[in-house]
Design a protein around this ligand. Structure first.
Ligand SMILES: Cc1cc2nc3c(=O)[nH]c(=O)nc-3n(C[C@H](O)[C@H](O)[C@H](O)COP(=O)(O)O)c2cc1C
Length: 284
């Protein structure tokens, strides 16, 4: 479990790691350990092969099920992929992500509109909500369960990495995992004991993300420009991580905004809507 006896970083250290700038005035001077853990969280891709005890995994799954869910409909499922043959097939789809092979535990978080529909069948009621709102509710429920699982796992000293890349093989994943109509993957999930420190990824400043009373992004260009420079100074995007270098080349200065724009300039997973519609999700 996590070692809470370690000296805790100061607010200034936590803020600097997360935002690359000093904290604004008026924040509490001491940060409760649970919040310090969240502020300094990071994705962990290097994991030890040591097993995660079944009992601990069950506890973490119960934490995931403690997440809030829209209308208490609980429209998600969690699939624990234990079978080594299935794990090997999934790992084979993602050779550039060796952590999928190495993680002692691999899960798939699923939006699940099927279970609530079955309640309608069992109760003899029609389902008048096969629509895009229900799809979004199921996706949000699954995401909240995944995030609650992630925070619980990190609190227990484990490392996590979400894997949206599994959706690049969504038809294959649905067949391999026996996903019925109404059930769709939001992400795979690697879990294990950290084999490295990892690194806090610098975030946009709160001024670019948090709005008061009224949405206002009028300062976005200057805020992003400054963020790009802070982030590049601390952790420049490595040439191998620059998106679509074949089209755009490798740049000396490839800041966050450039990499984001590069990524979004090429369609990804354009078949997702088609998959959903073939899997009994009308998006009406
Ligand atoms: C829904 C979701 C899908 C993700 N998919 C992948 C993935 O396929 N492969 C991977 O290595 N990381 C994946 N990540 C991790 C992100 O790259 C990571 O959260 C982001 O770079 C910020 O880093 P941090 O979590 O360390 O703060 C995913 C994260 C989320 C939330």
């Amino acid at each position: 479990m996590a070692d809470d006896a370690q000296p805790h970083p100061t607010l200034a250290q936590l803020w600097d790691a997360r935002f690359g700038e000093p904290p604004p005035a008026g924040l509490p001077e001491t940060v409760p350990p649970a919040l310090a853990r969240i502020l300094s969280r990071r994705t962990m891709r290097r994991l030890k092969p040591d097993p995660v005890p079944d009992g601990l995994l069950s506890l973490l799954l119960a934490c995931a099920q403690s997440a809030p869910a829209k209308s208490d409909l609980q429209q998600y499922s969690i699939l624990v992929v234990k079978d080594p043959a299935r794990r090997a097939v999934i790992a084979g789809w993602l050779p550039a992500q060796p952590w999928v092979t190495e993680a002692p535990v691999f899960l798939v978080f699923l939006g699940d509109m099927r279970r609530a529909r079955r309640m309608g069948e069992l109760r003899g009621r029609p389902n008048a909500n096969d629509n895009v709102d229900s799809f979004m509710n199921a996706a949000v429920d699954a995401a909240l369960a995944m995030e609650t699982f992630l925070l619980a796992s990190e609190a227990a000293g484990l490392g996590c990495c979400c894997i949206s890349m599994i959706r690049n093989r969504i038809d294959d994943a649905a067949a391999l995992l026996g996903l019925p109509d109404g059930v769709f993957p939001i992400a795979g999930f690697c879990l294990g004991w950290p084999a490295a420190e990892g690194r806090v990824s610098m975030r946009l400043p709160p001024a670019a993300v948090v709005h008061v009373d009224r949405y206002d992004d009028s300062r976005l260009p200057e805020l992003v420009e400054a963020y790009d420079r802070r982030r590049h100074a601390r952790a420049p995007v490595a040439p191998a991580s620059q998106r679509h270098a074949d089209r755009y080349g490798v740049a000396d200065y490839c800041p966050w905004s450039e990499n984001a724009a590069r990524q979004l300039s090429i369609p990804e997973r354009a078949g997702f809507r088609d998959f959903l519609q073939r899997h009994g999700i009308a998006l009406a």
